[in-house]
Design a protein around this ligand. Structure first.
Ligand SMILES: Nc1ncnc2c1ncn2[C@@H]1O[C@H](COP(=O)(O)OP(=O)(O)OP(=O)(O)O)[C@@H](O)[C@H]1O
Ligand SMILES: [Mg+2]
Length: 501
């Protein structure tokens, strides 16, 4: 059509905050407190033609019950050599700017025709299956995200981590594994990274070497290029799950017990102020999304995120997203700007995707000034550490407040801390549901309601444990539950949990 066919040219806090929890409050905490220490600090952390593969992502499969792998097999040097020769011939033959004007399906057909011709003319010996694989691969390179396409098409992958052209790791079922996928060279990787970020009007190169972006399907992307990334462009993708996990699914995976989930549902409904704490990729955002399902449908909810990941089901939701500075370093809108602005938008609940700086102060203020039921996530490895982090984030924001005042604000704002963790067998679990109940002198007092009790490990190396009640029959949020008519349900859930323990 427009080609010249036939041309065969070739992230711990201040220790003084650590207070002994009164004995009556921390009943069988033994194992789970050890667990805190065992959980490793985890691994530290639009519309251009998209290939059909990218648009036809399949419905998710529960992470602990993965679908059969469609992983491309390890390819030989000669495969890459042939591909590179065919690719050069293709580039010489077609006019890429014309190709870009076609519908993706027609463009794909066009490329397939030309590549088939090239293979015939150059007389490459390959089976039909190999030829098909090469065709798909080249179409992905020209039209989509190249070697990333087969990974993007899988819904059982949580993260894709590209460390330069020759190493691609993925996270499946909580475990990180290397794939046989490679990029032709650093330039190809850089081009694909560039294509991704340009879709959201950003640029990544030597002068602007760090960039956050999003794929059209909502996946969160970070790119950092040389010279900052010493061994070649590093691309990290948190895959977006179209069908977010629900609390009931988390129960099936063992992330929380059925009775524990019931308590969480009540916490979500009765407008407790909740902080979800956890390491990188421990499932914080997933949990936050689950909890928001139990917010009443008539509440006005405002979400603030760096990269919109939450999928609230209520009819009255307003979503806000931060903005990085432009190339001149101007125009940045921070999380703090969003949270402060939120307060002028008559929110009933404020949900902050990830609290990592001084916006914590504004969120706490919102929590204790009539916006109860607000929620956010914080990077920390235990509820106690989470409190320390809040305190240090406030200090970093330059607020000149005495420590005791800061702690009083925290106690007056946060009702519940839910701790998420990715354990060493790759499973993600809720390890604590902890209440912040008051001050004793200068010390914040907490009480655990639910703990994950780690018992050992089975023959396959999977950790065995269960969620246990600490025996608290009347949590501090009891009155709140009663106000919302949920006290009987809460009492039943706590009693059932107590019997299980
Ligand atoms: N209980 C669970 N069982 C199995 N998979 C889970 C569970 N919770 C979350 N996941 C999956 O783990 C991945 C990471 O989850 P999520 O994005 O919620 O983590 P996060 O703590 O918010 O990460 P980050 O710190 O990078 O923001 C997602 O793919 C999610 O679907
Ligand atoms: Mg998150």
């Amino acid at each position: 059509m427009f080609g010249r066919r036939g041309n065969d040219g070739g992230n711990r806090g201040t220790p003084e905050f650590r207070a002994p929890t009164p004995a009556q409050f921390s009943a069988p905490a033994g194992d789970s407190l050890v667990l805190d220490e065992q959980v490793p600090a985890t691994r530290s952390e639009p519309s251009v033609p998209v290939s059909p593969a990218a648009r036809t992502r399949t419905v998710e499969t529960p992470p602990l019950a993965p679908e059969p792998r469609r992983m491309p097999r390890e390819r030989s040097e000669s495969y890459y050599d042939t591909k590179s020769q065919v690719f050069s011939a293709l580039i010489d033959t077609i006019d890429l700017s014309q190709l870009a004007k076609l519908e993706p399906d027609s463009a794909r057909e066009e490329i397939r025709d030309i590549v088939n011709d090239i293979i015939a003319i150059k007389n490459f010996a390959m089976s039909i299956a190999e030829q098909e694989e090469l065709l798909e691969d080249i179409c992905n390179d020209v039209l989509g995200y190249g070697p990333l396409e087969p990974l993007l098409a899988r819904d059982d992958i949580a993260d894709i981590m590209v460390n330069g052209a020759k190493q691609v790791f993925i996270e499946v079922n909580g475990k990180v594994e290397q794939t046989g996928i490679r990029f032709r060279d650093n330039q190809q990787l850089l081009n694909i990274s560039q294509r991704i970020v340009s879709q959201v009007g950003r640029r990544v190169d030597e002068s602007s070497p760090i960039c956050d972006a999003r794929l059209p399907d909502g996946s969160r992307v970070n790119v950092i290029v040389p010279p900052l990334a010493i061994d070649g462009t590093a691309l990290t993708i948190r895959k977006f799950k179209k069908d977010k996990l629900t609390l009931d699914q988390l129960v099936r995976f063992g992330a929380i017990s059925p009775e524990g989930a019931e308590v969480l549902k009540i916490i979500g409904r009765v407008r407790c102020n909740v902080v979800i704490s956890g390491g990188t990729g421990s499932g914080k955002t997933t949990l936050l999304n689950c909890l928001t399902n139990y917010i009443d449908r008539d509440e006005r909810i405002i979400t603030c995120e760096d990269s919109a990941e939450l999928q609230l089901q209520q009819p009255h939701v307003l979503r806000l997203e931060t903005r990085p500075p432009n190339l001149e370093g101007e125009g940045e809108i921070t999380m703090r700007d969003l949270v402060r602005n939120c307060l002028r938008m008559r929110p009933e609940r404020i949900v902050v995707g990830e609290v990592r700086g001084p916006e914590v102060f504004d969120l706490l203020q919102a929590m204790n000034t009539g916006h109860d039921g607000s929620m956010g996530t914080i990077h920390a490895n235990s509820p106690r550490e989470c409190l320390n982090r809040i305190e240090s984030m406030i200090a970093m924001g330059g607020f000149q407040l005495p420590q005791k005042t800061v702690r009083e604000i925290v106690v007056g704002s946060v009702d519940i801390i839910i701790q998420a963790a990715r354990l060493r067998d790759g499973s993600r679990r809720i390890t604590h549901v902890t209440e912040v109940i008051g001050m004793e002198g200068d010390v914040v007092i907490t009480q655990d309601l639910i703990l994950y009790d780690l018992k050992g490990e089975d023959a396959q190396g999977r950790l065995i444990g269960n969620h246990v009640s600490t025996g608290i029959a009347r949590p501090a949020f009891w009155d709140r539950a009663r106000y919302y008519g949920e006290e009987q349900r809460l009492a039943n859930a706590l009693e059932a949990m107590e019997k299980q323990s």
